[in-house]
Design a binder for this molecule. Sequence first.
Ligand code: MN3
Length: 211
Amino acid sequence: MPFVLPTLPYATSALEPHIDATTMEIHHGKHHQAYVANANKALEGNPLSEADPADVIQRLADIPADKVTAVRNNAGGHVNHSMFWSLMAPPGAGGGGAPTGAIETAIRVSFGSFDALKEKFAAAAAGRFGSGWVWLVVRGGGLEVCSTANQDNPLMGRAVAGCEGVPVLGLDVWEHAYYLKYQNRRPDYVSAWWNVVNWSGVNDRYARATP
Ligand code: MN3
C-alpha cells in the first residue's frame, strides 16, 4: 500500500498561539502531502513501497541510484512530519509543561535539567544553516541532541544524516514551519514550540526505543 498522509490528531488551530492555523494547514496539507506523493512516485514498483516508511529510510542502500535522492528527501519528509504532528498537542491539553515520567529522568541524567536540554535544542536550531531538523535521540543508553539537514533523519545513520540514534522528539526548523508567524525569528519559534510538546507521546517513543 502506498504511503498515506496521516490525519492531524487535532484541529489546525489547536496549537495557537504558538503555531498558527495557516502554517499548520499549509505545512500538513501541502508540504507533507507533497512528500507523501513524491515518495510514492519514487517507490513505484519497488517492493519497499509496502514497507514501513521508517524501515525504508534505513534501507537507502537498497534503493536504485536514480531514485535514492527522491526517496531520501520524500520518505524522510514523510517519516519526519508524521512524527512531528504526533508529538505536538494543544497547549495545556496534552501539550507543553515540563517533561514527565521516564523521559524526565532520562533528560535529567543526560543533560542535568530540562532547561539544559532546551539550551542545547536552541543552539542546534540556531546552528542549522538553511533547512533541517533538531532531534532528541536515544543512543548508547543515553539521550543526545543532534541536527540533520533537509529531511534527513538520525535513523538513516551517521554516514548519511551526520548523526545517529533513535529519535524520540524532533523539531522542524525549515522556514515553512514558522515563517508566516515568526518570519526570521527562528529562536522565538523554537522557544514557543516547547508549549506544544506532547510529553506523553515522547514517553511512548522513549519506551519503545529503550526495551
Ligand atoms: Mn516541514
